[in-house]
Design a protein around this ligand. Structure first.
Ligand code: TXA
Ligand code: MG
Length: 348
């Protein structure tokens, strides 16, 4: 299959959006930008189209998709028994990086929900995404547009690396602003529960709803507790080189990482370092990459996945990363980084 690359970095191209919408309506696949990461879209209400997503990603069929909408009213067709919390959250955070799990209606095929009686719904805050959803019929199922097991794409180039020749179209809208997938909150049982941390954190949700919990599987060290979001059980991504997180007092971390770089060098191995603008001049002898600035935590979120992809192209046998426990997105950033590191943490 020939994959068309539609460039819309500077301005949205109405004709391109119309053609992309036609592809979705006849059951094809279009990758598109959102404010979190790029999505791989198909008509969510068309079972065959949704099934194609699992094929293109190599994704297990029990891992449900998020249905993207562009207008609040659209929710009534795909969800039933919608609790008042959903409207409160929508008023506060939609369009935006928040996904809500609700009871599904019969209009949503089980293929879209991975066999579950619930449906995850999100209204993205991105002009291209919303125009595409409207043009494609109003309901776009879209997981992140990466091959299963790779980091989510934050640039159209990342999507092309994984999906060129496999899908009908990629819309290039430039770099994703947030860089990490949306926060998922389950509203189907008891207290609202965070199933995946993201830009919208627990405090922000509690400011609107009162009490909110976090899925125990996300905070427990016990790996036998099953996460409630099926996708969270998969070890998302492991870089080719072994990845370790080095934690502790700032000065101790810097000294420890420099010692580790030296030890590797002595053994004939090249080490990579993931650090910040504030610390990058402190590391010597390794391949040092700054992920962003601690003074502007969104820059750290924005670059996490692309830095992990970059290191796969480089000749390093081991990567050491600082820890990024930042105020708003720290939980989300560390959730992804700890998974990529397979829970390998060195205390400095
Ligand atoms: O930011 C995002 O949410 C991006 C963009 C494209 O919108 N999408 C995204 O989709 O990250 P995906 O498929 O990579 O992640 C969806 C997650 C998975 O962990 C899946 O298990 C969970 O949402 N999920 C989907 N439907 C669910 C449901 N009904 N109940 C529980 N978890 C669900
Ligand atoms: Mg994903």
């Amino acid at each position: 299959m020939k994959t068309v690359m539609e460039k819309m970095r500077d301005t949205i191209n109405e004709d391109g959006i119309r053609r992309a919408g036609e592809i979705l309506k006849r059951g094809g696949l279009v990758a598109f930008p959102t404010e979190t990461v790029y999505g791989l879209g198909a008509n969510a209400l068309d079972e065959k189209a949704a099934a194609k997503i699992y094929g293109a990603k190599g994704r297990p069929s029990d891992n449900p998709l998020i249905v993207h909408i562009a207008d609040w009213e659209a929710i009534y067709k795909i969800a039933v028994d919608i609790p008042k919390e959903a409207k409160l959250l929508a008023d506060a955070f939609w369009p935006g990086p928040l996904t809500m799990v609700l009871k599904k209606s019969d209009a949503v095929p089980l293929t879209t929900t991975g066999g579950l009686p619930t449906v995850a719904v999100r209204m993205p805050n991105h002009e291209i995404a919303r125009a595409l959803i409207r043009s494609g019929g109003g309901y776009v199922a879209a997981p992140s547009a990466n091959t299963s097991g790779r980091p989510s794409p934050t640039k159209a180039e990342h999507v092309a690396e994984d999906m060129d020749g496999v899908i009908d179209m990629i819309i290039d809208g430039g770099d994703s602003h947030i860089g990490l997938e949306s926060t998922i909150v389950d509203l189907t049982e008891g207290t609202p529960t965070i199933l995946r941390p993201g830009y919208i954190n627990q405090q922000m949700l509690e400011d609107v709803l009162g009490r909110v919990e976090t899925d125990r599987a996300l905070i427990s060290e016990d790996e036998n507790i099953r996460p409630k979001a099926p996708g969270m059980k998969y070890r998302h991504y492991a870089p080719k080189a072994e990845l370790f997180i080095v934690e502790g007092e700032e000065q101790n971390v810097r000294e420890k990482m420099n010692r580790l770089i030296e030890e590797n060098k002595a053994a004939g191995r090249k080490a990579g370092v993931i650090c910040t603008d504030e610390s990058s001049s402190c590391y010597h002898g390794g391949i040092v990459k700054s992920i962003g600035s601690r003074a502007d935590e969104i820059t750290i979120a924005q670059h996490l996945y692309s830095i992990l992809r970059d290191f796969d192209e480089m000749d390093v046998s081991v990567i050491y990363s600082e820890s990024f426990d930042t105020p708003q997105m720290g939980q989300a950033i560390m959730n992804r980084l700890i998974k990529a590191a397979g829970h390998q943490i060195i205390k400095a």
